[in-house]
Design a binder for this molecule. Structure first.
Ligand SMILES: *Cc1c(COP(=O)(O)O)cnc(C)c1O
Length: 385
């Protein structure tokens, strides 16, 4: 299989030491008690990244499992759940709530803007009778970044539990779970953490565990039951055999992040330079604000087929960027500068490939994107290898 440079908003590139960690010989993770310590220690390192004292669990399944597990574990029949949405993933939370018998109530934001805090405050003044609320940190199809640092404390003030999908932001955007009052935050291995797809990471507050514990009805799932995971260490029991090679891989990826001096600063500088290159060359960023430092989303130039451009990029430059889906299908292109992707050499090469490919299809550029990008990076005083 020929592997392109995957500059997509997940899955991202995986560093060699993570790939090698997954190839190591393994023990029986159910029976060998030393694995419980290894797993616990990996969760603690993850908690360090999340700035939390809450319990962290790493479950076997893609990010979607984390989203569904949060909804399955919290929702009882007829529970009112506030779905704060300004994008595809934001709205999708409502479907999980329905599956488990809850009643989603939507707070709909403008999809070209981050969630408006004043509007949300106004809404909550009138109605705040919700068991929990869901919100997405970075809604990847549009790249919009929401201010969960302000949204979650606002919700908790009203006694509403907070559930945040940070799959596309965790590890690349600031995330302070304790300071920001996030009851459940969900991440995925294949985005900024730069491990292969297959794992979801959750931190769970005491308030969230208490609500699960005090349900009137049983959680209507086994695989999505977070409560099953609460006492694994004390009981030396996992609900199912943990995917030990995946855990060894993510452990290494988490250590890579902790060993780096300032991974958020790297994301911030790369993202800012990428946006500057896009805008000054004459292309258009998709949203009007709320730019995530993990993905840059821009409009497909008029009368152009994004699939053709992307195919040209792969065929001629071996670089893969992403289109989008749902209401944005064919309308935007996305460069993922998450985790291992967020490097000067990979992003600059992607911009060269993108510009040459768009020029092939007749798009005119006001400036050379790679040149603008390099100038911005120099302005920051760093060139990261
Ligand atoms: C990637 C992602 C997920 C996981 O979904 P997949 O489409 O299965 O990769 C969940 N939420 C967000 C915001 C994501 O970016």
């Amino acid at each position: 299989m020929k592997v392109p440079i995957i500059m997509t908003p997940g899955p991202t590139m995986v560093r060699a030491n993570v790939r090698l960690a997954r190839a190591e010989e393994t023990t029986n993770p159910d029976i060998d008690l030393s694995f419980y310590d290894f797993y616990e220690d990996t969760c603690l390192k993850m908690a360090n990244i999340l700035k939390t004292h809450n319990q962290v669990r790493i479950l076997s399944g893609e990010g979607i499992l984390g989203l569904e597990a949060a909804c399955a574990s919290l929702t009882e029949k007829d529970d009112r759940v506030l779905i704060i949405e300004n994008g595809v993933f934001g709205e999708g939370f409502g479907d999980f709530v329905k599956i488990y018998g809850g009643k989603p109530v939507y707070f709909r934001g403008d999809r070209k803007h981050k969630i408006n805090l004043e509007d949300l405050k106004f809404f909550l003044e009138k109605d705040s009778n919700f068991k929990y609320a869901t919100v997405v940190h970075c809604d990847t199809p549009s790249g919009v970044l929401n201010e969960i640092d302000k949204i979650c404390p606002l919700l908790k003030e009203k006694g509403i539990l907070t559930v945040v999908d940070s799959v596309a932001a965790m590890g690349g955007e600031e995330l302070r779970v304790d300071d920001w009052n996030i009851d459940i935050v969900i991440g995925g291995s294949q985005k900024c953490l730069s491990a292969p797809p297959g794992l979801t990471i959750l931190s769970i507050s005491k308030d969230a565990f208490d609500v699960m514990e005090n349900r009137k009805t049983q959680i209507a799932s086994f695989y999505c039951n977070i409560l099953n995971w609460r006492d694994y260490y004390k009981d030396k029991w996992f609900p199912y055999t943990p995917p030990i090679s995946d855990i060894m891989g993510i452990r290494r990826a988490v250590e890579n992040i902790l060993e780096e001096k300032d991974i958020l600063d790297r994301h911030m500088k790369i993202a800012k330079a990428t946006r500057e290159a896009i805008v000054s060359s004459g292309l258009e960023l998709h949203t009007y604000d709320g730019y995530s430092n993990t993905v840059t989303v821009f409009n497909v130039p008029k009368n152009l087929d994004d699939k053709k451009v992307r195919k040209y990029m792969v065929d001629n430059f071996n670089v893969m960027i992403a289109g989008s889906f749902d209401y944005l299908d064919g309308k935007v292109l996305r460069i993922g500068h998450m985790g291992e992707n967020a490097r000067v050499h990979t992003v600059s090469y992607t911009l060269v490939a993108l510009q040459k490919s768009l020029e092939m299809y007749g798009v005119k550029f006001k400036k050379d994107m790679a040149e603008v990008f390099f100038k911005e990076m120099e302005g920051c005083g760093i060139i990261i290898p």
